[in-house]
Design a protein around this ligand. Structure first.
Ligand code: AMP
Length: 214
C-alpha cells in the first residue's frame, strides 16, 4: 500500500503517518524530518535547506525531490509520504518516480483542521529529543519529569506558523485538484483526538471512499 498524507502544519500528519506506518508496515518518509536531520548534521543539503526551514518557506522542489528519490528503493513494500508532495510540481515528479518503479498510489489522505486550532497546536507543540515523541502542552501534556528536556521547533512560533499556513493554502489547492482528478483524495476531519482521526482514516481506506469533488 502506498499512501500520501496532506495536511497543514500541526494538522497531525506526523502522528497519523506513524500510526499508519505501524498498522500497515509501511516505510514512513517524512520530508520535514529528513530536512531537519540534514540541517542538524550540517551536510550540504542541510546547509542549503536551513534558511527555508527557519523562515517557514518551502525548500526548492529539486532538492526535496532528490531527497525522496534517494530514499525510494526498488524493493519498497509500501510507503507513506508525510509532507511530500507539497506542490503540484512535486506531485507530477512523484507520479513519474512511482510509475518508473511500477508503484501505484492507493490513497491521498487530506487532514482538515481549522486555522485557530492549527495555530494553538503549533505554538503548544514540544518534542522530546531523546525519544522523538511529540507532545502538546494543552491536548497531550508530557509527564512532569521530562518537561525540562522538551524542545520547541524553531518554526513553531506564531508568526512563522501563520506564514507556513499561508504557503500551505497557496500550494494545496492545485495539489488537491491533481489527486481529485485521479480519484484518490480522502478528506478526514482532523480536529478530533488522534485515535479517532486514525480510525476514521482506516474506515475510509477500507471502504475505498474517495472525494471526487470538493
Ligand atoms: P513539516 O515537518 O512537514 O511541517 O516540514 C517542515 C519544513 O520542512 C517546512 O516548513 C518546509 O520548510 C520543509 N519541507 C518539508 N517538506 C517539504 C516539501 N515537500 N517541499 C518543500 N519544503 C518542505
Amino acid at each position: 500500500m502506498n499512501l500520501i498524507l496532506i495536511g497543514a502544519p500541526a494538522s497531525g500528519k506526523g502522528t497519523q503517518a506513524n500510526h499508519l506506518a505501524r498498522h500497515f508496515s509501511l516505510k514512513n518518509l517524512s520530508t520535514g524530518d529528513m530536512l531537519r536531520r540534514a540541517c542538524a548534521q550540517g551536510d550540504e543539503l542541510g546547509i542549503r535547506a536551513n534558511t527555508y526551514l527557519r523562515e517557514g518557506q518551502l525548500v526548492p522542489d529539486d532538492l526535496v525531490v532528490q531527497l525522496v528519490l534517494d530514499r525510494l528503493e526498488e524493493n519498497d513494500q509500501g510507503i507513506i509520504m508525510d509532507g511530500f508532495p507539497r506542490t503540484l510540481a512535486q506531485a507530477e515528479k512523484f507520479d513519474i518516480l512511482l510509475e518508473q518503479r511500477n508503484m501505484h498510489l492507493d490513497g491521498v489522505i487530506l487532514i482538515k483542521v481549522s486555522d485557530p486550532v492549527l495555530i494553538k497546536r503549533s505554538t503548544d507543540r514540544r518534542f522530546d529529543p531523546e525519544t522523538g515523541r511529540i507532545y502538546n502542552l494543552h491536548f497531550d501534556p508530557p509527564p512532569d519529569e521530562i518537561l525540562a528536556r522538551l524542545e520547541k521547533r524553531e518554526d513553531d512560533n506564531e508568526e512563522i506558523v501563520k506564514e507556513r499556513l499561508r504557503i500551505y493554502k497557496d500550494q494545496t489547492t492545485a495539489l488537491i485538484t491533481h489527486y481529485q482528478k485521479k480519484n484518490l483524495l480522502t478528506p478526514v476531519e482532523g480536529s478530533r483526538m488522534p485515535e479517532e482521526v486514525f480510525f476514521s482514516i482506516l474506515e475510509q481506506l477500507n471502504h475505498g471512499q474517495r472525494q471526487t469533488e470538493q
